[in-house]
Design a protein around this ligand. Structure first.
Ligand code: SF4
Length: 360
């Protein structure tokens, strides 16, 4: 490892790594789970795993919203697009596999599907072309849900409706703790989600599960510090909630963003690709905004889809049970250019990150 490569303060990084080696347990394997595609990118890009003691394993949980979007909801989006509505979505949603095709495949078949950079782009399109019907496919965690909520509360043009596919991170973390074969020793919680939801939703992990939980930022130093903090808690056998990302995350989070979500959405059970149904893990439009619900408008409800294509191991990669290179298709038949599963599609997908950082 070249310490000069990429680290802004290589000396500081070196000192933290030395501390990590000092306090890491000598024998037992320690499993630290993060739940964030951007954390995985930093860890992979800076080769952080190679700096850790061999028995400290950092695994990637379900931190990529495109990867966990269920095929049935992608199928619904494609269905409305094939019925002459204009489907708008973020760029990395275009190639996410539905049961039989992706939005990109549907576009090749003539569906009008347009990439937008924000929900506001979809609003502007609907205003500009009042004779067309538009649907915004709202995929994302608590980071993007407030902007969807804000537009809905502003009452956008009636020719725009929404397929709300937002998901909430803490319930997925709780689900992982119930997986007996996973045996997680500590969580690193996502910094950007935490800027919105604050610290309180994570309290359950140290309190009810005695799980060390550290909210971390995205610089390589942040990640190293979070790993050090996790190991310090594991060593002391006292679990608590620690905020490594104090420069951005406050206890209460973003009060205004939370209020927007509370006014626009109900919290409901949600399906996650590769994980199944997770209680209280999704948003649905409140009754007073049902006129903007594309499910209602197009009478489309697809309950079951084909989430995992044959041979794909995304259901194991998504919870860190295997690393991407343990999938037999990785960089053989499944590549960033020709993805098979959703983890190779999203820019925050673990397989895609491992492919782009040449970990094969
Ligand atoms: Fe699925 Fe491809 Fe990842 Fe294998 S490498 S788990 S096929 S996305």
């Amino acid at each position: 490892m070249s310490w000069g490569r990429g680290f802004r303060d290589p000396e500081l990084a070196k000192r933290i790594v030395e501390k990590i080696h000092e306090i890491a347990p000598r024998k037992d394997t320690v499993k630290i789970c993060h739940v964030c595609g951007t954390h995985e990118w930093t860890i992979s890009h800076y080769g952080i795993r190679s700096l850790l003691p061999e028995n400290v394993d950092v695994i990637a949980g379900p931190g990529c919203p495109v990867c966990i979007a269920p095929a049935a909801e992608v199928d619904e989006a494609i269905e409305v697009a094939l019925r002459d509505a204009v489907l708008t979505c973020f760029g990395d949603v275009m190639r996410v596999p539905g049961s039989s095709m992706s939005p990109l495949d549907a576009k090749a078949r003539g569906a009008d599907i347009r990439v937008v950079y924000s929900v506001m782009d979809a609003v502007k399109m609907a205003e500009k072309e009042p004779n067309k019907e538009f649907v915004f496919f709202a995929i994302g965690f608590e980071t993007t849900a407030p902007s969807t909520a804000a537009e809905i509360l502003r009452k956008p043009p009636r020719n725009l409706s929404f397929l709300v596919s937002h998901r909430l991170i803490p319930p997925a973390m709780e689900l992982m703790l119930g997986m007996g074969d996973l045996r997680i020793d500590a969580f690193i919680a996502p910094g950007h989600v935490s800027t919105i939801i604050g610290l309180e939703p994570y309290e359950v992990f140290p309190k009810a599960y005695r799980m060390p939980t550290i909210v971390a930022g995205f610089e390589p130093i942040d990640i190293l510090l979070a790993i050090y903090m996790a190991l310090r808690q594991i060593r002391s056998r006292v679990a608590f909630l620690e905020n490594e990302y104090k420069r951005a995350v406050r206890w209460e989070g973003n009060v205004r963003a939370k209020e927007l979500m509370r006014r626009a959405f109900n919290v409901v059970d949600g399906n996650w690709r590769g994980l199944g149904r997770i209680p209280d893990s999704a948003f649905a439009l409140k009754d007073e905004y049902l006129e903007y619900d594309a499910h209602e408008k197009y009478n489309v409800r697809i309950r079951v889809g084909r989430d995992i294509p044959p041979g794909c191991q995304c259901h194991l990669v998504i919870v860190g049970k295997i690393k991407p290179k343990e999938c037999p298709l990785f960089m053989k038949t499944c590549t960033p250019q020709k993805p098979v599963g959703s983890c190779m599609v999203g820019i925050e997908g673990t397989c895609r990150i491992w492919a782009m950082t040449k970990q094969f």
